[in-house]
Design a protein. Structure first.
Length: 313
């Protein structure tokens, strides 16, 4: 096996394991540019994959600390579209050329495996470290739903939740530049642990235009401000209902409330996503609208662009 390794991998192989035809390589990529690291990975996959009896090659590149931004997506109220926004932001940011990972931190209702078309996937582990699942659109993902038995989440206690969060956050994210974290609704334990232990670089707050949802959003803002996590801005979701028959736009939950609230709270407004049947249908089918061109995708892309600008500072 060692003879199959390409010359540029010399001195960089930390671990080489073969089990059931699957070769796992942990490669030290410190000091390599992203392009060079990618080439090294491809060369290893090709060379080792050509060895008889090897059916699969998994290469994990470990670099020096990668500058990674952790962005949490939160809301005070449930069901306002955090998970939908997270998945679509991930796809849109990936289409902008960023390396994006998604952490689904909702223990009670994990949604990212469905939204990102990765239902039934299980992450592998290298030693104690989890390897995120590769999804479509160049994304990596880990979900609470992949770590627990369905239906058992309710019995979880605080320390177990903290543990599972740590496992996901400390997984082998490799050269992931942006880690989007889909938070459960509200301002409970998971959120606090996440904010205090993993110090996200920013939070995005989702709200519907309704007054009550906005009051809850303000509560989420208080939490982020209290723990010192900067808020990148507010997104208004489910604003303006697009009639699937005639395309006419009505405003069942009002419109513009989140933008006005953002202005009042001195927060950037990141954009507005309409309430559209297509968004729910596509989301349920694991086809994030941001992956395709069209008005719904555009709405998410516009938010992603503003967020990317915010990240650049
Ligand atoms: N803009 C939209 N138009 C139509 N349906 C939407 C839109 N945004 C979200 N939905 C739908 O609303 C429901 C709730 O969305 P989602 O699960 O993303 O909310 P959430 O804030 O993550 O909920 P929870 O608080 O339970 O985690 C889903 O069925 C989703 O498909
Ligand atoms: Mg959710």
């Amino acid at each position: 096996m060692a003879r199959a390794l390409p010359a540029e991998a010399q001195g960089r192989i930390r671990t080489l394991r073969l089990a059931d035809g699957v070769v796992t390589l942990i490669v030290d990529a410190a000091g390599l540019e992203r392009g060079a690291a990618g080439k090294l990975q491809a060369a290893l996959e090709q060379a080792v994959g050509a060895v008889p009896d090897v059916s699969e090659v998994r290469v994990a590149l470990m670099a020096d600390r990668v500058e990674r931004q952790i962005i949490v997506v939160g809301s005070g109220k449930g069901g306002v579209g955090k998970s939908t926004l997270t998945a679509n932001l991930a796809v849109a940011l990936s289409r902008l050329g960023l390396k994006v990972g998604v952490v689904d931190a909702d223990i009670y209702g994990p949604s990212q495996p469905t939204l990102l078309h990765a239902e039934g996937t299980k992450p592998t582990a290298t030693g104690q470290q989890l390897n995120p699942v590769d999804c479509a659109w160049g994304l990596k993902m880990l979900s609470m739903g992949q770590l627990i038995e369905p239906g058992k989440a309710i019995a979880w206690r605080g320390p177990m939740v903290g543990n599972a969060l740590a496992q996901m956050m400390d997984a082998a994210w490799g050269d992931t530049e942006v880690l989007l974290v889909d938070l459960p609704p509200g301002t409970g334990d998971v959120q606090l642990t996440m904010l205090q232990k993993f110090r996200p670089s920013a939070a995005v707050i989702v709200s519907t235009p309704q007054d009550l949802a906005l009051i809850d959003a303000t509560r989420a803002l208080d939490l982020f401000r209290t723990v010192g996590v900067p808020v990148a801005g507010m997104v208004e979701n489910m604003a303006g209902y697009v009639c699937p028959h005639c395309g006419e736009i009505s405003d069942p939950f009002g419109r513009g409330g989140a933008e006005a609230t953002a202005a009042k709270l001195d927060l950037p407004f990141l954009g507005r996503v309409p309430l559209a049947m297509e968004i729910r249908v596509a989301s349920d089918a694991g086809q994030p609208p941001a992956a395709t061109d069209g008005p719904q995708g555009d709405a998410f892309r516009a938010v992603a662009l503003r967020l990317a600008e915010w990240m650049r500072g």
